[in-house]
Design a protein around this ligand. Structure first.
Ligand SMILES: [Zn+2]
Ligand SMILES: [Zn+2]
Length: 172
């Protein structure tokens, strides 16, 4: 029992020993007692950094396309954590939270632009399921052209009308 064969796990802090199957080289590189500890310590790229990798921004307050994975309804999604099965977050909800803060429990994040693939927070607004339905019926009467420039969603305010020219300038 020489002290040199014990090492402290960089994740859990327990000491561990060289395994029979560890070659000298493997052993010299081992930092963790187990695969679980190794996985838990892998450098995780922060969620917001990963998020922006999948966003194709455009100018003029147009839709920002999500280029990552989507669900069956066309909503962007991004995996979080190391849980199995992997947990997915909706990309537009994440975008909204990053801009406006936490979403109230049970509320939905609606697309003023009706483009499920869009993650432009200016096109997103928070509402209840009922608000969402009313918004959909209201938008049925709107000219799709007017959806290009939308009033930024504000927390607690439902709906997003077209922006005035002055607003477009200040938001640009
Ligand atoms: Zn460990
Ligand atoms: Zn949009």
């Amino acid at each position: 029992m020489s002290g040199s064969v014990n090492r402290i796990c960089h994740a859990c802090g327990q000491s561990f020993e060289k395994r029979q199957r560890d070659s000298a080289d493997q052993w010299s590189k081992r930092r963790y007692c187990s695969p679980t500890c190794s996985n838990s310590s892998k450098e995780v790229i922060p969620l917001h950094i990963r998020f922006w990798k999948y966003v194709k921004k455009s100018t003029g307050n147009k839709c920002w396309a999500w280029t990552g994975a989507t669900d069956q309804h066309g909503y962007g999604k991004i995996g979080v954590g190391r849980r199995i099965p992997k947990q997915d977050l909706k990309a537009h909800r994440l975008s909204y939270e990053m801009r406006f803060g936490p979403i109230q429990n049970g509320n939905v994040i609606c697309h003023a632009c009706d483009n499920p693939n869009c993650v432009n927070p200016n096109h997103l607004f928070e509402g209840t399921q009922k608000d969402n339905m009313q918004d959909a019926s209201r938008k049925g009467r709107l000219n799709p052209k007017s959806m290009e420039n939308l009033r930024p969603g504000k927390k607690g305010i439902v709906g997003a009308g077209p922006l005035s020219n002055k607003e477009i300038k200040t938001n640009a």
